[in-house]
Design a protein around this ligand. Structure first.
Ligand code: IMP
Ligand code: MG
Length: 178
């Protein structure tokens, strides 16, 4: 059991299970995109750990471009997606094979918004991968190509995910105690 701020969290997905799953996802991406020099687009902050592991197991030339989106405040979705300074242009994206990397899809709002935006920039292909998905909470119609783990509709931290700034450095994923 660990404590972050006022909440307690219990071990949920081990470092070892995450590694096995991330390796499998990277192999799938390699099979699909090895010769396409994909541009990985991790959504900050949460996806930075997952994206780093995913990319390092991708076998082929690739590039990375981080983007910052935010819809969460504390442990609740704020209901709006703010995006600060995305700074992407058509010249940068058109024809490129994008791999959008998300830590967790909750309502799906963040990804829905971002994918709409990216499509206008006419990428060559668009692949979406999320480490976690809360199926009961997916309210927005989004196409997710690959998912690491489907989980219950509970608040989780670790492996990049935070609770008000804390917990991102945990190597496993922990679930909030009710
Ligand atoms: P959505 O837009 O509702 O799908 O929310 C997705 C974003 O909210 C993710 O990129 C996370 O940053 C954050 N988020 C959603 N669920 C959790 C959670 O259980 N723990 C920590 N962050 C979360
Ligand atoms: Mg996030």
């Amino acid at each position: 059991m660990i404590q972050l701020h006022d909440l307690h969290f219990a071990p949920f997905i081990s470092e070892r299970r995450i590694r096995t799953r991330v390796l499998a996802l990277a192999q799938t991406l390699t099979a699909q995109l090895a010769d396409k020099k994909p541009l990985f687009m991790p959504i900050l902050n949460g996806a930075f750990v997952f994206a780093a592991d995913l990319m390092r197991h991708f076998e082929g030339a690739c590039e990375v471009r981080f983007v910052r989106l935010q819809s969460y405040v504390g442990e609740k979705s704020s209901g709006e997606v703010r995006f600060a300074d995305i700074g992407l242009s058509k010249e940068m994206i058109a024809g490129r094979h994008l791999v959008v990397v998300e830590d967790i899809v909750d309502s799906g709002q963040t990804l829905h918004f971002f994918l709409d935006y990216l499509r206008q920039l006419e990428p060559g292909s668009l692949t979406t991968v999320a480490l976690l998905r809360k199926p009961s909470a997916v309210k927005f119609d989004i196409s997710l190509d690959f998912v690491g783990f489907d989980i219950a509709d509970k608040f989780v931290v670790g492996y990049g995910l935070d609770y008000d700034g804390l917990g991102r450095n945990l190597r496993g994923i922990f679930m909030k105690n009710d």
